[in-house]
Design a protein around this ligand. Structure first.
Ligand code: ZN
Ligand code: ZN
Length: 113
């Protein structure tokens, strides 16, 4: 992932989660859509991710948030969002890639003669 892609991802995440509070991952016993599912182990889905709009088919995990005036809403989020919701960043490998790329864009620019 490039720094620009990461920025776009963050913007999309902000947009999709606008108005949502108490965003958490995992199943919720208060939620009818997943309360009888036990542990959330993820499942394969072709639906877009609810919190970043990613259209890539892949693993989706349960997440929940409070949305006014509806109350608890059930969300299906991709693995990137699962990480981002919990840690506020993506996994180490992706963050390394982004940091590397942004450094080489700014600091390691070849000197122009
Ligand atoms: Zn649910
Ligand atoms: Zn996502």
């Amino acid at each position: 992932m490039s720094p620009a892609e990461y920025q776009a991802y963050q913007q999309e995440f902000e947009r999709c989660t606008q108005g949502l509070t108490y965003l958490t991952t995992g199943n919720s016993c208060e939620c009818e859509s997943c309360s009888d599912g036990g542990e959330d182990e993820g499942h394969f889905s072709r639906y877009p991710c609810d919190t970043c709009g990613s259209r890539l088919a892949g693993q989706r995990h349960s997440a929940h948030a409070q949305a006014e005036p509806f109350g608890l809403v059930h969300l299906e989020v991709c693995e990137e969002c699962l990480y981002y919701i919990n840690y506020g960043r993506l996994d180490d490998q992706t963050m390394d890639e982004i940091n590397h790329a942004s450094k080489s864009n700014t600091l390691e620019k070849p000197a122009e003669s």
